[in-house]
Design a binder for this molecule. Structure first.
Ligand SMILES: O=C(O)c1cc(C(=O)O)c2c(n1)C(=O)C(=O)c1cc(C(=O)O)[nH]c1-2
Length: 251
């Protein structure tokens, strides 16, 4: 559903248009379908976990950038919880640590994940685009870009429902990240959605909000395209000229 260029939507219709973007969520990407369909090799699962680590470590940096651009203390106070969810606080080791737990549960070492040796250039550039957008956009636009979280509980649940049966070699402690995100994403999205519905009130602004959400969907989809080339087609960058990873590890 695309907003007509000159028609302002009421709050409900605008929310429906945002939710309709779920049609393009990465849950429909062939790589994800293969993962929850039980078709992935251990290398394909490991490749996804090691690459997604780069997304995980940049989410709290992205959220800190939004806070830095936001003059409203009430908004910052709520947004801060996202940083704590990932970085941890007293009594909770946080999402990044839980992701490392997932990495170990699928057979990766912490070291090879933390040093980012597996992070493909395409994944890095996509994640960097998200961080850089949050740095330069207004805080309301950056909040809007987090709205793919509308669709995230379903994807986390799909992994909890399908992975244990398909991949018995994954240690069950690894699943705590997905479980943790079920409630966190629902809470986050309520806040992000209210900011978006309150702020984008003209037809042009609503069209822009939908384009921002599409930008974020493009980021998630593009990460999986890069993973497909490397792990499903066995054609990582430079495969025609090198038999080992030559790409940079971040500047
Ligand atoms: O596993 C996923 O498919 C997935 C997707 C997304 C998303 O839709 O951006 C997030 C997460 N997970 C996630 O775990 C997470 O903490 C998160 C934060 C954000 C954000 O944009 O602020 N998205 C996501």
């Amino acid at each position: 559903m695309k907003a007509a260029a000159n028609t302002t939507m009421n709050r409900d219709d605008f929310e429906k248009s945002l939710r309709a973007k779920g049609e393009f969520y990465h849950i429909h990407h062939p790589y994800h379908r293969a993962m929850y369909g039980g078709e992935c090799s251990p290398e394909e699962i490991r490749g996804w976990v090691a690459n997604r680590y780069y997304y995980q470590i940049n989410i709290p940096r992205k959220d800190a950038a939004i806070m830095a651009n936001c003059p409203d203390a009430k908004v910052r106070r709520l947004w801060l919880q996202r940083v704590l969810d990932h970085d941890g606080h007293d009594g909770d080791d946080g999402g990044i640590e839980a992701w490392l737990g997932l990495a170990e549960a699928v057979g990766l070492t912490r070291e090879e994940v933390i040093d980012q040796r597996h992070v493909l250039p395409g994944v890095r550039f996509a994640v960097d685009a998200y961080l850089n957008f949050a740095r330069r956009a207004t805080w309301q636009e950056a909040a809007c870009s987090s709205l793919t979280e509308l669709f995230a509980p379903e994807i986390h649940q799909s992994r909890l429902d399908s992975w244990p049966a398909h991949y018995p070699w994954i240690r069950t402690e690894g699943y705590s990240y997905f479980r943790k995100r079920l409630s966190e994403a629902r809470r986050d999205v309520e806040h992000g959605l209210n900011i978006t519905l309150d702020h984008f009130t003209t037809a042009d602004q609503q069209a822009r909000a939908l384009e921002i959400l599409q930008f974020k969907l493009d980021i998630l989809w593009t990460m999986l395209d890069a993973l497909t080339m490397a792990y499903r087609h066995q054609t990582p960058p430079y495969h025609t000229v090198a038999d080992h990873p030559v790409w940079h590890r971040g500047l």
